[in-house]
Design a protein around this ligand. Structure first.
Ligand code: NAD
Ligand code: GLY
Length: 374
């Protein structure tokens, strides 16, 4: 039996859905029969996660007329149209109908590609997210963004397609490698900074418990992160406006990821450095106290996350990559900054000089690769 600790709801009218957070929820037959009700199921996972958790999920799903299991090779490099096509090949060969449900068991890669497969198959079938990384539990499994990568851009081919439910099993975090766990924490800190100061203060006080992966602290951090994400998504499902605040630190972070080559820095690591840079700029504008910047650096360092861009990344390269960001308007950099801790705003007046000054000051505290820190 599962130990359900929190239940939340993403309020989107007829597309509303619950998020369950607790121990062993992925092995809870009641939750699964409620949200995967039909006789046909497709489980998509990968070759790292499946050996750990697939058996339990399969037995909780119980006897079904048609069950297809698709185990993808691990890694972001497989989040492609080719892999998507392989998923369609299997589903069609097994003759799944429009009443089938897809279940994504894995991190953000499995969740994004499975969600996109569900959005496309027969013009849209149901799917359920069972996220197994911290990043997927607090971010990618909630909100309905699904996608695959194209050789010319990350997440460029995709759709908004909301899941029917999100089952967050906190037990799965115990097998997550430390670097992946820390990367997820960066997104947790992001929620505090953008829209929830009390949560941010709680994170500052609870960092040691989180790092020790204490059950109650983890469930609390995941619940508060998902509650914030659910609120923002409910207000702006398709990112016409406020949803963009979820990208705090991401414009800087994407520039780091691109410059380093994908995979060298994890997304959450690049976001951590980006959070510091966005907060630094907010301090320079007089919106946030300088002491908050020092505290943020301390918090992220305690989480074993980077707090500055990589050594050797040139400022011109940064500026060039940032002006090519998806959010840039007519070449002008659009940034999420903080008008206060717990209150994000979107600005499109960040000038080259302001950014160049930030970058050259930061060059004094460049750090080496995150891998060497851990
Ligand atoms: P990931 O899915 O690659 O998982 C990271 C690694 O951890 C992988 O090797 C995976 O196999 C392994 N893993 C997963 N669960 C495990 C477990 N419980 N124990 C041991 N190993 C485990 O990466 P991620 O960080 O979860 O997700 C990144 C992806 O999410 C990117 O593709 C990104 O674009 C996407 N994303 C999407 C959204 C969205 O809103 N849809 C938001 C943020 C990120
Ligand atoms: N990860 C950003 C979003 O879901 O909008």
């Amino acid at each position: 039996m599962s130990l359900l600790m929190h239940t939340l709801h993403v309020e989107l009218g007829e597309r509303s859905y619950p998020i369950y957070i607790g121990r062993e929820v992925l092995a809870d037959p009641d939750l699964l029969s409620q949200h995967v009700p039909g006789s046909q199921v497709v489980i998509v996972s990968n070759d790292i996660v499946a050996p750990l958790y697939l058996d339990r999920l399969r037995s909780a799903l119980g006897e079904r007329k048609l069950v297809t299991e698709i185990i993808l090779p691990d890694g972001e490099q497989h989040k492609t149209l080719d892999t998507l096509n392989e998923i369609f090949d299997r589903i069609m060969a097994d003759r799944h109908s429009r009443s089938t449900s897809l279940v994504a068991l894995g991190g953000g890669v499995v969740g994004d590609i499975t969600g996109f497969a569900a959005a496309c198959y027969q013009r849209g079938v149901d799917f359920v997210q069972v996220p197994t990384t911290l990043l997927a539990q607090v971010d990618s499994s909630v909100g309905g963004k699904t996608a695959v990568n194209h050789s010319l851009g990350k997440n460029m081919i995709g759709a908004f397609h909301q899941p029917r439910a999100v089952l967050i099993d906190t037990n799965t975090l115990h097998t997550l490698p430390p670097r992946e766990f820390a990367a997820g924490l960066a997104e947790v800190v992001k929620y505090g900074l953008i829209c929830d100061e009390p949560f941010y203060r709680w994170l500052q006080a609870s960092a040691p418990k989180l790092l020790a992966r204490e059950e109650a602290a983890l469930a609390e951090a995941i619940e508060r992160s998902c509650a914030n994400k659910a609120r923002v998504v409910a207000a702006d499902e398709r990112e016409g406006g406020v949803r963009a605040i979820l990208n705090l630190g991401h414009t800087f972070g994407h520039a780091i990821e691109t410059a380093q080559g994908y995979g060298r820095w994890l997304h959450g690591e690049a976001v951590a450095a980006g959070l510091v840079m966005a907060t630094d700029l907010s301090v320079r504008r007089g919106w946030v106290e300088a002491s908050e910047l020092l505290d943020l650096r301390e918090l992220l360092t305690s989480m074993q996350l980077p707090i500055a861009p990589p050594e050797g990344m040139r400022n011109e390269q940064f500026l060039d990559l940032m002006s090519r960001d998806k959010k840039a308007l007519d070449g002008r950099v659009r940034l999420v900054l903080l008008s206060a801790i717990g209150d994000a705003c979107i600005v499109d007046d960040a000038g080259t000089e302001e950014l160049a000054e930030l970058l050259s000051d930061l060059s004094l505290i460049h750090i080496s690769e995150p891998t060497r820190l851990l």
